[in-house]
Design a protein around this ligand. Structure first.
Ligand code: IPT
Length: 965
């Protein structure tokens, strides 16, 4: 038997009406710090009377508050995506319900305002999932709604000048857990601030700032609704001691947008309290089926952001939050969906300040019911209506004064029911200034925008043309077809990927209706752990012994758990860059892809490189022009000189620092080939003749064994291979989703291919080795002919591949694998870089000369998988400290990856620390790879990026490199 409040359809008890979040000059006491803590596995096992003031907690643990207690060694984190980790029998909760008793004895200074001057409120900004609260032995009530604030009136019980005792019993599971089934770790605790707030009589209880912008006149309309006898001052707008509840018309204001986050500082003043406020003028409207802000169409270049930290769980330190939002700005991201709950209030204040559009989402998801045919889903059950409304109210009231918030979201993946209608109706009544979003409302009964997740490119294209599949109900269909469209989730950033971003962006640029989207998701929610011998790794689902879990599906972000950017983020930044710089017949085309700004905040630099070496550089004069327009600028006259392959790189950099963007930061770049087109060197070395001596064949600097016909020595270097390689350690996008192509690869044995020597011929200045590459118990194979030639210094290799039989699946990769001594640890190349690139994720790779250690070429995906490919190398060298090693030249280019382990090692590893360096460097030289796609949740690679087995020829040159003198 559970107490009634735990199964009361997620209704809080004893809490005050919700109101706007703000800080003021009224007294406040932050109760963060070390608290006493005791975890009991069941409610019955928890100590009776722990809330009493004189209870002896001397032998309890000490726990910081705010905290997620499993991150501090009490219980364990658990991860599920859709599934509830308890039986689905709403509103009941399991008997084994971890119960965390928290106690804090704290002094309230004498003279602290008490009942004589107003009331005192105890505020919790986040308690997961349900907290029963006592002050000095008096029960105050019960919180529900983990990511929402809860306030209690403590005036009668607080004792200024004395020691007070706050006791909070937090239950991991409550009926509210049915509404909080988001795809994330289950982490109970008091994870946001707990504060005592003096609420002076005559203070500002609540207020609602309405700040509209009239884009036709540039005028602003400012009205602050406030029930208190307050006066409003915004000196910059000429408002001093002005009335509230009155619309002030201001002839000219600067508008707030994500690109120009203009805030006006003001103050609401009563006799008892001063509240600083920040005002951003903007008007959100849907006009002719297009979402506009201040009269202009916007495009979301967005991410879904969860609140998580690898060491502290749901508690994200303030400096981490600022750093990550600035990181978004520096990667051209302009929007955040607060998946799937309202964030810490400071996040929204920062979005106001830095300039990010926000879709603020309610703390509501009942996804697990979907697996049960949505039977008993709370969304359509009147017993839960109060809870749905309560959550919507608490979000809207808390966050209503943030200009960055331009849309309310009813939640995520909760099916659909009348309770959604009630939420939407209430929100529209309270705040007509913001459209309503909910992806689960497929027919758009209750919402204002059509939103989808993971729709493929073809479907988005149809929606863009307003030619999507009709709904059965013609009225609903007509209504939805007239709505703007957004992808609240797309481009699942799990592991290596996402692929296909460019093609989505093209659709957002082609169709006014397609207003961009939000990549799923910003962050890998890995938990930092160490192996027994002290090596750090990030844990995921199942690593804490959870009986039911979803493995590494929680590792699907654009940044790693420590918030270092993954290659996917670098690619996204390039694809969404607000300035496009590209070759045009008349020189350089510069396109302004901002929604509002001109380009005067940028300065343009050019740099000419020949063969990757700098030749000349300068500044580029770009005439001013507005969003959506372009200009063609001549190639600067100084951009001449150099020989060989010459590239002109133009960068757009921030001229003077602005919020989140330091001066000099590169916002966008483009490259164009200049001068005569580079004529690739097609020749391969020739002239030397092969000779056979016993089992070995020598040809120029190469020595081959004759059993397989493989190169074993190159100059003085021991090597293995090269030989045909088609295997890659499957990416998450290869392994998962309905297509799960990796399992078909394994069925065909692509991870265990063998060679049969078909022919080995020498003479005529060449060595020809023919093999058939195939797997056990398979009929199909790849006939591979290696034609070797040489001069005194280098080997030439031409490879011809013929599929033998019908190949039913695309290949993972097509190329060569070889091994070289471990000492060749330094890599340099001229080609695409500096980061990794794959066929459908290579916009961020620029042509240049790059260097890295072999170890530095690895991308440490939390779940190991194929990574590190460098695209289109004209040449590369691998050398030891003395400069000795190997040079490979593409004819004309070759992709490469160099690592201390094999693809098989990568495939077998489950965590980064499973990867152990071998005594070789393994070098992959690829002519092609299968695209990445986003099939882990969404479409696979587009057809043009699918690597079909087909006759293929490519060539390269291998040079031994002697030690530098
Ligand atoms: C979608 C969820 O909304 C999101 O929370 C996350 O789980 C994502 O999937 C996958 O990582 S829902 C899914 C059924 C498309």
């Amino acid at each position: 038997m559970q107490p009634a409040y735990l199964e009361d359809f997620a209704r809080p008890r004893g809490t005050l009406s919700p109101r706007a979040w703000f800080r003021s000059d009224a007294a406040a006491l932050d109760l963060a710090g070390p608290w006493r803590f005791l975890l009991s596995p069941t409610l019955l096992g928890a100590p009776d009377g722990f809330w009493r003031q004189d209870f002896d907690d001397g032998d309890w643990a000490v726990l910081p508050v705010p905290s997620s207690w499993p991150m501090h060694g009490h219980g364990r984190p658990a991860y599920t995506n859709v599934n509830y980790p308890f039986p689905v029998e709403p509103p009941h909760v399991p008997t084994d319900n971890p119960t965390g008793d928290h106690r804090l004895a704290f002094a309230v200074p004498a003279g602290w305002p008490g009942a004589d001057r107003g009331r005192v409120v105890l505020r919790f900004d986040g308690v997961d999932s349900c907290g029963r609260v006592w002050l000095n032995g008096h029960e105050l009530g019960v919180t529900q709604g983990s990511r929402l604030p809860a306030e209690f009136d403590v005036t009668p019980w607080l004792r200024p000048g004395e020691t007070n005792v706050l006791a909070v019993r937090v239950h991991q599971w409550s009926s509210a857990s049915y509404l909080e089934d988001q795809d994330m770790w289950w982490l109970p605790g008091i994870f946001r601030e707990v504060r005592l707030l003096a609420r002076p009589t005559g203070g500002v209880e609540d207020f609602f700032v309405h700040a509209d912008f009239d884009h036709t006149t540039g005028a602003g309309a400012l009205r602050v609704d406030c029930a208190a006898a307050a006066r409003l001052s915004v000196p910059e707008l000429g408002l001093v001691d002005a009335p509230v509840n009155y619309t002030h018309r201001i002839r000219a204001v600067r508008a707030w947008t994500a690109e120009t986050p203009q805030l006006y500082a003001g103050e609401l003043v009563t006799a008892a309290e001063r509240v600083p406020i920040r005002i951003g003028f903007r008007t959100v409207a849907i006009v002719d089926g297009v979402l506009t802000v201040n009269g202009r169409r916007i495009v979301f270049r967005g991410v879904n952001r969860h609140e998580f930290h690898p060491d502290t769980g749901r508690v994200v330190p303030a400096d981490t939050v600022r750093a990550e939002l600035e990181l978004m700005k520096r990667h051209n991201i302009n929007a955040v969906r607060t998946s799937h709950y309202p964030p810490h209030p400071d996040v929204l204040a920062l979005c106001d300040e830095l300039g990010l559009w926000v879709v603020d989402e309610c703390d509501l998801e009942t996804h697990g019911f979907g697996r049960l045919g949505w039977r008993r889903n709370p969304s359509d059950d009147p017993r839960w209506t109060d809870a749905y409304l309560d959550r919507m109210r608490r979000m809207v009231e808390r966050d209503k004064n943030h200009p960055s918030v331009i849309m309310w979201s009813l939640g995520n993946e909760a099916g659909l029911g009348a309770n959604h209608g009630a939420m939407a109706d209430w929100a529209r009544g309270r705040d007509p200034g913001r459209p309503i979003h909910y992806e689960g409302d497929r027919e758009c009964r209750y919402v204002d925008v059509y939103s989808r997740m993971y729709a493929d490119h073809a479907e988005v294209d149809a929606i863009g043309r307003r030619a999507e599949k009709p709904l059965d109900d013609p009225a609903l269909d007509a209504r939805r077809r007239a709505m703007p469209f957004m992808l609240c989730e797309y481009a699942h950033a799990m592991g290596n990927g996402p692929g296909g971003l460019t093609e989505y962006q093209e659709l957002f640029e082609r169709y006014p209706r397609c207003q961009g989207g939000f990549v799923w998701e910003w962050l890998d929610h890995g938990i930092r752990r160490r192996t027994a011998d002290g090596r750090e790794f990030f844990a995921y689902g199942g690593d804490f012994g959870e009986p039911l879990h979803d493995g590494n599906f929680v590792i699907d972000g654009l940044v790693f758990p420590d918030r270092t950017p993954s290659p996917g983020l670098v690619e996204f930044a390039k694809v969404i860059e607000p300035v496009r710089i590209e070759a045009a017949p008349a020189g350089i085309r510069i396109t302004n892809r901002y929604d509002y700004r001109g380009l005067d905040h940028l300065r343009f630099e050019w740099r000419l490189e020949a063969g990757g070496e700098p030749v000349a550089s300068g500044e580029l004069d770009v005439p001013p022009f507005g969003p959506g327009a372009y200009a063609d600028v001549a190639v600067p006259p100084g951009a001449t000189g150099g020989t060989g392959e010459r590239w002109l790189t133009v960068s757009a950099r921030v001229a003077h620092g602005e919020p989140g963007l330091p001066a000099g930061h590169e916002v966008a770049w483009g490259q164009l080939p200049v001068g005569s087109d580079p004529t690739p060197d097609a020749s391969v070395p020739a002239g030397r003749r092969p000779t056979r001596l016993g089992r070995e064949i020598t040809l120029g600097p190469g020595t081959f064994e004759s059993a397989h016909g493989r190169l074993v020595r190159l100059g003085g270097l021991a090597v293995e291979g090269p030989r045909l390689d088609v295997w890659r350690a499957p990416t998450d996008n290869d392994s998962r989703g309905p297509s799960a192509i990796a399992s078909r690869w394994r069925q065909l044995g692509l991870h265990r291919m063998t060679d049969r020597l078909v022919d080995l011929r020498h003479g005529d200045g060449q060595l020809v080795v023919v093999t058939r590459v195939a797997a056990a118990q398979q009929e199909i194979g790849l006939l591979t002919a290696y034609t070797w030639t040489a001069d005194d210094l280098a080997l030439g290799l031409r490879v011809t591949i013929e599929p033998d039989g019908e190949w039913p699946v695309p290949l993972p990769r097509l190329g060569l694998r070889m091994a070289v001594p471990a000492e060749l640890a330094r890599v340099e190349w001229f080609g695409g870089g500096p980061g990794e690139a794959y066929p459908d994720s290579r916009r961020a790779a620029r042509i240049g000369r790059f260097g890295a250690a072999v170890d530095g070429l690895q991308t440490p995906y939390v779940f190991p998988q194929e990574n590190g490919n460098r695209a289109a190398a004209r040449w590369l060298t691998l050398r030891d400290d003395a400069g000795r090693g190997l040079r490979v030249e593409g004819r004309p280019t070759i992709d490469f990856a160099a690592r201390r382990w094999t693809s098989e090692d990568l495939d077998a590893a489950r965590h980064t620390t499973d990867l152990v360096a071998r005594d070789r460097v393994i070098l992959n030289l690829d002519v092609a790879q299968q695209g990445l796609g986003t099939a882990s949740c969404g479409p696979g690679p587009l057809p043009r990026y699918v690597l079909r087995a087909a006759p293929t020829t490519f060539a390269l040159v291998l040079h031994p490199v002697p030690a530098a003198r």
